[in-house]
Design a protein around this ligand. Structure first.
Ligand SMILES: O=C(O)C[C@H]1C=CC(=O)O1
Length: 92
């Protein structure tokens, strides 16, 4: 099951720089582990914003929720999810 996920990050302005750097590094490792596993096949930066559009490919709504909830930046994100169905004109 594929989902288009929009993540908009808003770190508190008073978060210490070291804490912000640590959380971003942990987030990157978590994201890259999921990319290697095939569950997070696409991630794109929204130009000019601390936001991304991603494709996640998982087995269930529950698995998607688990992955998103475990994002280290989850407490600082606005997330929206669009479930994707196959388009009838897709030739693949
Ligand atoms: O930078 C972001 O868009 C937020 C987050 C999502 C994956 C990752 O490595 O960081």
């Amino acid at each position: 099951m594929k989902y288009l996920v929009h993540m908009d990050v808003n770190l508190p302005v008073d978060m210490p720089a070291r804490e912000a750097a640590e959380i971003k590094a942990t987030e990157k490792a978590y994201s890259q582990q999921l990319q290697r596993s095939g569950k997070w096949p696409e991630i794109w930066r929204v130009a000019g914003k601390y936001a991304n559009y991603s494709i996640l490919d998982v087995d269930s709504h529950d698995e998607l929720h688990e992955i998103l909830q475990n994002l280290p930046l989850f407490p600082y994100m606005q997330i929206s999810v669009v479930p994707l169905a196959k388009h009838p004109s897709d030739i693949k």
